[in-house]
Design a protein around this ligand. Structure first.
Ligand SMILES: Cc1cc2nc3c(=O)[nH]c(=O)nc-3n(C[C@H](O)[C@H](O)[C@H](O)COP(=O)(O)OP(=O)(O)OC[C@H]3O[C@@H](n4cnc5c(N)ncnc54)[C@H](O)[C@@H]3O)c2cc1C
Ligand SMILES: C[S@@+](CC[C@H](N)C(=O)[O-])C[C@H]1O[C@@H](n2cnc3c(N)ncnc32)[C@H](O)[C@@H]1O
Length: 640
């Protein structure tokens, strides 16, 4: 979806106003006052969140974020506040950061919080943006989307709902009976709802959706408002909260390190197992990878997921940096070269159709691209100014340090088998020795994942080799260049370039052929550079990617393939929720060539799933990453 930002305008009273909808953003009397009385008190907050572990608020219409800021302020001031507050809000026409900052100046009472919100404000691109505040005790998940399209795809249980569209007669889709029914599906018995509106249509819609509704005095000049609570006729099953917050994570690569850090943040203890003696020493210090979003003309699943992954990863890494655990990385910008005029035409057309803001991606003509790169190039291309390179080993180090005492490391220990005994998973060595036992086990062991638990689809192991050029041998670009391969700026005396994509080759050592291939790729990226190095003398590194046929990672609860096969035809019309699963077993694997883009978001997604918190991405995206997707596909085709 292309985002059309909101326009900054004021009405005759000086109240923020939408020329598109013809309505004001809040009561002329006071925005903060309305937020406090109608939405915070209307939902019986702070009483309802007192002493809860997690409390979730869902809002329709983020607007200026005044309801969010009022809720945040209330939560901060409350000694009995819930441990963690999730605020999920849907906004079709977000303000850009500058407009938001201008508008926020009107509400001095929120100044310090508003500044934090502005600093964290994401680029205006469609999708869900998870932002953490207050040392992650407050999480805002902003969904830039149309409410009617998004509501069926939200995965969360709300404890309180703020209905804050423009006036129902001017903004009907924010109040339709269908939408209210959808929101009710996200409620649990006792979930409260509040809105400034007292329109009969809204009251009837809420009642039809299962809410018991009452009118009460409105804010300012409004006589009445509505508030209610969800009272479904049929009792609903509630998911169990995890009891013992203890997990085994197999694999201490970027997948396992990220999930360990995310779970540790939520108070879990982790047994992290890796067959390598020290994960942080298994690759040369010079090794660095590239991170950048994926753009496609049809904004396919891969592009949507990679966009969320990229933006979330950068936020996480900045947070690590702020906490003093700085990974070695640079946001020097990445230029995806177009190469020729036909591809240039397609790249330009895609950006025109997608309407992304320049801070996310824009097209650079060759001349401007050369200025950024500091060297001659063969073409222009897509410019991702916030992207760059990262040393994965430094990231792993930083995440393990962040997990701190929550982590028990078992390095130099290979898991041969896993088994479920009673309520716990066990990880065992080849000699049958118990390494660790816990109610939850996460497989983050890349190409070895499906040996321990199948997903009805072999994953491909693809060898990759990168080459290290001595920095003196070429005038390297100041930015990352990608195309058929990639080249990084010089760092620590080395220019990293790569990489090969070798199927059916399992040689763990660099090969001369690989260096030659990499030098050929480099010549395409930098056609004017004279690189006179002898491939036989080059240093490099080899790794093995793990890829699913659809190039998407596998993140989520593991399917029980044997149980699914036993059900046979009964699953032919099944959905993912119908699949039998292996209780407490999850995976974060299949990151293929984009581990840096997937790892942080996948860690947050998995931790949210395990904890029963709102998911950071839309349900259809979560389904696209579900490790059960291959079982489902085969069950539908009758080939399981
Ligand atoms: C040459 C090359 C270049 C690349 N360039 C980039 C790039 O520029 N940008 C990017 O984002 N991605 C890049 N990638 C991809 C990226 O490296 C991967 O996506 C990423 O490393 C996957 O991380 P992981 O944690 O899933 O797997 P791994 O890093 O492979 O970690 C898995 C860990 O599990 C452990 N393990 C496995 N089985 C067991 C077991 N039975 N018991 C105990 N431990 C076990 C292993 O020892 C290993 O440490 C590149 C890959 C290659 C090969
Ligand atoms: C009254 S304002 C919200 C004020 C906001 N809650 C605050 O605290 O500042 C209504 C908001 O709903 C948004 N909106 C309108 N139609 C929408 C739709 N179909 N989907 C999502 N958001 C929509 C508008 O862009 C606007 O920001």
């Amino acid at each position: 979806m292309r985002i059309n930002p909101a326009e900054l305008a004021l009405d005759g009273d000086g109240t923020p106003f939408s020329p598109v909808y013809g309505d004001v953003y809040h009561s002329a009397e006071s925005g903060p006052g309305q937020a406090q009385q109608v939405f915070v008190q209307g939902n019986d907050l702070p009483r309802r969140w007192a002493h809860a572990r997690v409390f979730t608020i869902l809002e329709t219409g983020f607007g200026l974020g005044l309801n969010f800021l009022a809720t945040w302020r209330q939560w901060r001031a409350d000694p009995a506040r819930c441990e963690r507050l999730h605020f999920v809000s849907i906004e079709k026409h977000p303000f850009d950061r500058a407009a938001l900052a201008t508008l926020h100046r009107r509400y001095g009472e929120f100044a310090p919080l508003a500044r934090q919100l502005q600093d964290a404000w994401p680029p205006l691109v469609a999708g869900m943006h998870r932002l953490h505040f207050e040392d992650e005790r407050l999480t805002l998940t902003l969904a830039f989307a149309d409410v009617a399209e998004l509501a069926p795809r939200l995965r969360l249980r709300a404890d309180a709902i703020y209905l804050d569209g423009f006036a129902p007669r001017l903004n009907q889709e924010m109040w339709s009976p269908q939408l209210l029914q959808r929101l009710a599906r996200l409620a649990r018995p006792g979930t409260t709802v509040a809105t400034y509106s007292s329109a009969a249509l809204v009251r009837r819609g809420l009642e039809a959706a299962g809410f018991a509704v009452e009118k009460c005095p409105g804010f300012g000049h409004k006589r009445e408002m509505l508030r209610g609570s969800y009272a479904p006729r049929r009792p609903q099953a509630e998911a169990d909260e995890p009891g013992d917050r203890h997990a085994i994570v197999i694999g201490a690569g970027i997948a396992g390190a990220a999930i360990s850090e995310r779970l540790a943040r939520r108070g879990w203890s982790i047994d992290l197992i890796d067959s390598r003696a020290m994960p942080a020493t298994h690759a040369p210090a010079g090794y660095a990878g590239v991170f950048h979003p994926h753009v496609s003309p049809d904004d396919c699943m891969l592009s949507r997921a990679a966009r969320n992954g990229f933006l979330y990863a950068v936020r996480r890494w900045l947070a690590l940096e702020q906490s003093g655990l700085a990974p070695a990385w640079a946001r020097c910008g990445v230029l995806q070269l177009c190469g020729d005029s036909e591809r240039e035409r397609r790249m330009l057309a895609a950006l025109a159709a997608l309407g992304f803001p320049a801070e996310f991606v824009r097209y650079l003509e060759r001349g401007e691209a050369e200025t950024h790169a500091g060297c001659a190039l063969g073409s222009g291309g897509w410019w991702f100014s916030g992207a760059g390179w990262m040393r994965p080993l430094s990231l792993i180090d930083a995440q393990l340090a962040a997990a701190g005492a929550a982590l028990s490391a078992h390095f130099g220990t290979r898991v041969e088998t896993i088994s479920r005994r009673g309520e716990r998973w066990q990880a065992l060595t080849a000699e049958g020795k118990l390494i660790a036992a816990a109610p939850v086990l996460v497989l983050a062991n890349s190409n070895d994942t499906t040996r321990l638990s199948p997903v009805a689809q072999p994953l491909q192991q693809i060898r990759g080799q990168i080459s290290y050029l001595p920095a003196g041998e070429l005038s390297a670009p100041r930015i990352v260049l990608t195309g058929s391969g990639y080249v990084l700026p010089a760092a620590d005396g080395v220019v990293v370039t790569g990489s090969t994509y070798d199927r059916g080759n399992d040689d763990p050592e660099p090969q001369m052929q690989g260096h030659e291939d990499n030098l050929r790729r480099l010549a395409q990226l930098l056609p004017h550079a004279r690189v006179a190095v002898d491939p036989a003398k080059l240093d490099g590194a080899v790794g093995f990617r793990c890829a699913a046929p659809d190039h998407l990672p596998l993140v989520g609860a593991m399917p029980d393939v044997d149980a699914a096969r036993l059900r046979g035809n009964a699953l032919s019309g099944a959905r993912l929720t119908d699949l039998p699963r292996r209780i407490g077993l999850y995976c974060a694997s299949g990151y293929a060539s984009r581990g840096l883009v997937w790892a942080a978001l996948a860690g947050e997604l998995l931790a949210s799933m395990i904890e029963g918190e709102p998911l950071p991405i839309e349900g259809d995206l979560a389904d696209a990453l579900d490790p059960g997707r291959f079982v489902l596909k085969q069950a539908r085709r009758g080939t399981l």
